[in-house]
Design a protein around this ligand. Structure first.
Ligand SMILES: Nc1ncnc2c1ncn2[C@@H]1O[C@H](COP(=O)(O)OP(=O)(O)OP(=O)(O)O)[C@@H](O)[C@H]1O
Length: 228
C-alpha cells in the first residue's frame, strides 16, 4: 500500500524579539513513498524548516500536514515511527561502534536480531571492514555511510536528508549519493534531500525550489516520476 505526506496551505513564521520572520506562506505539496525529491534554494530560504514540517518533527504556524496511507488519513504525528533522518554532521553516537550505532534504532524497537541486521546494512553501504570502528576512527564519508545504514535499517517509508554530502569531498559525495538513492529505491522509501548541490538535486525525480517564501515544483524530465 503506497502512502504519502501532504502539506496543505502551510505557512511558517517565527517571532524573534520584536520582529516577525516569515519563511513561507500557504505552500502545498505532496511527498510520495517510493519517489525522490530535492529541496533547493538560497541560504536562509527555509529549506531545513520545510524538511522539519514535512517530517512532522515541527508544526507549521498555520495550515495542515497529513500522513495518508491507503484509506487512512492521519496527522503527521503518526509518521514518526516511519521516518529516518540523515544530517550533514552525521550525528552518530561517539561511544558506540558502527555496528552498535546502526543497531540502536532496532534495539529501541525491541528487535532481537538488531546486530545481525546492522551488519547486513553496513555490508550494503560497503563498510564490512569497519563494523567495530567508532565514529572518530572513521572518515567523513564512512561516517555518512553509517548514518545512511542507521536511517534505513528499520526500513522506514520516508528518509529525510539535510545536506547529506555537504561535508564531503567530490568523490565521497558522489559515492554517498549513489548509496542513498539506490538504497531508498530498493526499499521503496520516499527520499527528500535538502541540498545546495545541483548535481545532487538532479538525481531526484522532483525538485522543489524554495525562494522568497514561494515554492516552484519541477519534475525531473530525465528520470521517470510518477504521481502517488
Ligand atoms: N526556531 C526558530 N526561531 C527563529 N528563527 C528560526 C528558527 N528556525 C529557523 N529560523 C530562521 O529561519 C531562517 C531559515 O532557516 P533554515 O535553516 O530553514 O534555512 P535554509 O534554507 O535551510 O538555510 P541554509 O541553506 O543556510 O541551511 C533562518 O534565517 C533561521 O534563522
Amino acid at each position: 500500500m503506497s502512502s504519502y505526506i501532504e502539506l496543505k496551505n502551510v505557512s511558517q513564521s517565527f517571532q524573534v524579539n520584536e520582529s516577525k520572520v516569515t519563511l513561507f506562506k500557504e505552500l502545498n505539496l505532496s511527498i510520495c513513498q517510493g519517489q525522490s525529491y530535492a529541496i533547493t534554494g538560497p541560504s536562509g530560504a527555509g529549506k531545513s524548516s520545510l524538511l522539519m514540517l514535512m517530517s512532522g518533527l515541527e508544526s507549521p504556524t498555520s495550515g495542515q500536514g497529513a500522513y495518508v496511507k491507503g484509506e487512512q488519513r492521519k496527522s503527521l504525528d503518526f509518521l514518526r515511527p516511519d521516518i529516518g533522518f540523515i544530517f550533514q554532521q552525521f550525528h552518530l553516537l561517539p561511544e558506540l561502534t558502527a555496528v552498535n550505532n546502526v543497531a540502536l534504532p532496532l534495539k529501541l524497537r525491541g528487535d532481537k536480531h538488531a546486530e545481525d541486521k546492522a551488519r547486513l546494512w553496513l555490508n550494503k553501504v560497503g563498510l564490512t571492514h569497519r563494523v567495530n570502528h567508532k565514529p572518530s576512527e572513521l572518515s567523513g564519508g564512512e561516517q555518512q555511510r553509517v548514518a545512511i545504514a542507521r536511517a534505513l535499517v528499520f526500513e522506514p517509508g520516508f528518509i529525510f536528508a539535510d545536506e547529506p554530502t555537504g561535508n564531503l569531498d567530490q568523490q565521497s559525495a558522489t559515492e554517498i549519493a549513489d548509496i542513498l538513492f539506490s538504497c531508498c529505491r530498493e526499499n521503496n522509501a520516499g527520499l527528500v534531500v535538502v541540498t545546495h548541490s545541483e548535481e545532487l538535486a538532479n538525481r531526484a525525480q522532483h525538485i522543489f525550489s524554495l525562494s522568497g517564501g514561494k515554492i516552484k515544483a519541477q519534475v525531473n524530465d530525465v528520470l521517470k516520476a510518477v504521481s502517488c
